[in-house]
Design a protein around this ligand. Structure first.
Ligand code: HPA
Ligand code: ZN
Length: 334
């Protein structure tokens, strides 16, 4: 079955580009930029970074980003991810980036986005993988800073398909960003937000995403299952959920594979994603393998998970159809 997963045409919709910073690249960039790192080797660096919750994870995640300084750094980061993803037959990716994690330490917005954009264009040309950017606001910063970032993004509007919300959810509900997301909608961005798993007020935050923000998608969102009214509304609107099983295993009490099974049975548009693969040591294929192992998922359901992802992707219908055709051909041949 792992061969089947390897060849399956894939669509990744929940992937933080900063979460793809492998320690090897981190060391290379530190050398290039003349930055001293606290650990002598990649192995030491990996061993020193332990976490068991979203907040403890985020400390090391932001700390590592200090090596990302120049446009070529962001280019190399995204190129490395896109090369790996293409090797796993990811055909299309929607990539989150966190501009405030960089502007807050003096790296200009345009340095970040130009590097990422150039990597996406080159990867499509060289590897045939397509990708689009989703700009995330950091929810533990102020709504004013998010609004300023939104305005700063407008000259690059054509390079960004939508906006999201990530970082520490505790005490930072969706409504805090209602004005920012309303303005983003006016500017033509599509909208998503993280509803991380097993947070304080998880179901209330999902309700706000639906009723106040009017999101086009929900990132994670596993706790929707705790409230039948939320399930009903998500189904009625045809919204997708970007679930990240290996990530869940690190920052909650488990992968939530059973919840994924329930979502499939409820006909929710659930998808499988990697979140921060360099930290969780699992790209999208390994996430599919985990779900397959834990649920004994048949091939049909694996195909269905990828069909869901292409279905909810922020792509024109005509483009989606080419991916559906690839998926159908693959399923038929097997
Ligand atoms: N949740 C919140 N913030 C994040 C995540 C996540 O899954 N990954 C990177 N930043
Ligand atoms: Zn995430």
């Amino acid at each position: 079955m792992n061969d089947f997963i390897a060849g399956l045409p894939k669509c990744e919709l929940h992937l933080h580009i900063e979460g793809t910073l492998e320690p090897e690249l981190k060391f290379d960039l530190a050398r290039r930029n003349g930055i001293a790192l606290p650990h002598a080797t990649v192995e030491e660096a990996r061993a020193a970074f332990t976490f068991d919750s979203l907040s403890t994870f985020l400390v090391g995640y932001y700390g590592s980003m200090d090596v990302l300084r120049t446009e070529p750094d962001f280019y190399d980061l995204a190129s490395a991810y896109l090369t790996k993803a293409a090797a796993q037959n990811v055909r299309y990716a929607e990539i989150f980036f966190d501009p405030q994690a960089h502007t807050s330490r003096g790296v200009p917005f345009d340095v970040v986005i130009r590097g990422l954009r150039r990597a996406i264009l080159d990867a499509e040309r060289l590897n045939g993988i397509r990708a689009q950017l989703i700009m995330c606001f950091l929810r533990d910063f102020s709504a004013e800073y998010a609004m300023a970032t939104l305005l700063e993004s407008l000259p690059y509007r054509e390079w960004i398909v939508g906006v999201g919300l990530d970082s520490d959810e505790r005490g930072n509900p969706p409504v805090k960003f209602a004005k920012v997301f309303a303005r983003a909608r006016q500017e033509g961005y599509l909208l998503t937000m993280h509803c991380d798993v097993d947070q304080e007020n998880s179901t209330e935050h999902i309700r706000q995403c639906l009723e106040v923000i009017g999101v086009d998608r929900i990132d994670h969102g596993v706790n929707a299952l705790d409230d039948p009214a939320l399930v009903e509304e998500i189904k009625r609107r045809g919204l997708g959920l970007t679930v990240c099983p290996v990530s869940n295993g690190f920052v909650t009490d488990g992968s939530k594979a059973e919840a994924i099974r329930r979502m499939l049975d409820l006909d929710l548009r659930v998808t499988i994603n990697s979140d921060d693969p360099a930290y969780f040591r699992a790209y999208v294929a390994e996430n599919l393998e985990l779900v397959h192992r834990e649920l004994d998922l048949p091939q049909d359901d694996l195909v269905r998970l990828e069909r869901n992802a292409f279905e909810i992707a922020w792509l024109p219908r005509s483009v989606k159809h080419t991916y559906f055709a690839e998926l159908d051909a693959y399923a038929r041949e097997r």
